[in-house]
Write a protein that binds this ligand. Structure first.
Ligand code: F6P
Length: 349
């Protein structure tokens, strides 16, 4: 059998661990041939491939990023993209594709099923917003990175008696903000799922300072916005650019700076912002992410050999299972309300 693998969308710690697991499982357990497509679906469309053998992947387990490169190429944004992919795979003799990605990459994988392309999906995103899996790999590393940053911000915030707003990634869902906010003991955690009231945030900060705590960490997801119509327009303008990718997503970033300015203006407390940005996506994966990515990769190859196509490997509890890709991409998995309100809520303010 000849298996092709690609990594698409934003990169994420653990991608190389999946590539390694797929290549070694396919070659050593099944005697398959394996190739890599460069830069996500772009590499299948062009096509642009690299041979992947044992020697190429032995040492990549702890490496951040992806040795295959990635892109946000949407083959369905190109005329006849689906047919082109089917034809290219036929010419390359590729029997099955393991597509490692988030909602966009896996959305393409799902649609390609209609073209007879045999795909197994592996869920990836630091945002953890893919449905049908409890966790995506990369999330744990991003939370660890954000938590370490918050710990560092706390000491300087305390020294200067400041409010520091820490903007983290999370386009549709506030998983990173919630987990890192709980782990870092944030005073405020603001997420895309719950529009925030700036006046209420400032009131809570005032109460906190009046109670003798003269510094605060406010964690905000890049996709969070205020509820109040008067501020919404300026916040939206500050937080996203008009540049969109091939899947129609605007480039986000800026809500943290906007919020820090509002807090300083309304409360008189000195405020600063730190935007963690791509620091959360880079670097070596945590042990948890390495293990999860490895388990996903092994299972993806098993699914290929059982001809269980159109499925995504997923974590449910402690078990690796397979689910229809359609279930994963139908809607974003938003933050668990119980975690946000009942757990995080106890410690805020
Ligand atoms: O991969 C998801 C994500 O990290 C989002 O949280 C963020 O909005 C986006 O990627 C940034 O993408 P890019 O690196 O293409 O600007």
């Amino acid at each position: 059998m000849r298996i092709g693998i690609l990594t698409g969308g934003g990169d994420c710690p653990g991608l190389n661990a999946v590539i390694r697991a797929v290549v070694l499982t396919a070659r050593l357990r099944h005697g398959d041939d394996t190739i890599g497509f460069l830069d996500g679906w772009k590499g299948v469309l062009e096509p642009a491939t690299v041979p992947l053998d044992e020697a190429r992947v032995w040492d990549i387990l702890p490496l951040g990023g992806t040795i295959l490169g990635t892109s946000r190429t949407n083959p369905f944004a190109v005329d006849g993209g689906g047919e082109k992919i089917r034809a290219n795979l036929g010419e390359l003799g590729v029997d099955a594709v393991v597509a490692v990605g988030g909602e966009d990459t896996l959305g393409v994988a799902h649609r390609l099923g209609e073209f007879g392309v045999q795909v197994v999906g592996v869920p990836k995103t630091i945002d953890n917003d893919l449905s049908a899996t409890d966790v995506t790999f990369g999330f744990d590393t991003a939370v660890q990175t954000a938590t370490e940053a918050i710990d560092r911000l706390r000491t300087t915030a305390e020294s200067h008696h400041r409010v520091i707003v820490c903007e983290v990634m999370g386009r549709h869902a506030g998983w990173i903000a919630t987990h890192a906010g709980i782990a870092g003991g944030a005073a405020e955690i603001l997420v895309p799922e719950v529009p925030f009231d700036v006046a209420a945030v400032c009131d809570r900060l005032r109460r906190r300072h009046a109670g003798g705590r003269f510094s605060s960490i406010v964690v905000v997801s890049e996709g969070a916005l205020p509820s109040d119509g008067a501020t919404l327009a300026s916040a939206r303008q500050a937080a996203s650019s008009s540049v969109t990718d091939q899947f129609g997503h605007a480039r986000l970033g800026g809500i943290g700076g906007w919020l820090a300015d509002e807090i300083e203006r309304r409360t008189g407390y000195e405020a600063r912002v730190t935007t963690l940005g791509h620091i959360q996506r880079g670097g070596t994966p945590t042990a948890f992410d390495r293990v999860l990515a490895t388990r996903f990769g092994v299972e993806a190859v098993t699914a290929v050999h059982e001809r269980d196509f159109g499925r995504m490997v997923a974590l449910r509890g402690t078990a690796i299972v397979r689910v229809p890709i359609s279930e994963a991409v139908v809607q974003a998995k938003t933050v668990d309300e119980g975690l946000y309100r009942d757990v995080a809520g106890v410690f805020l303010g």
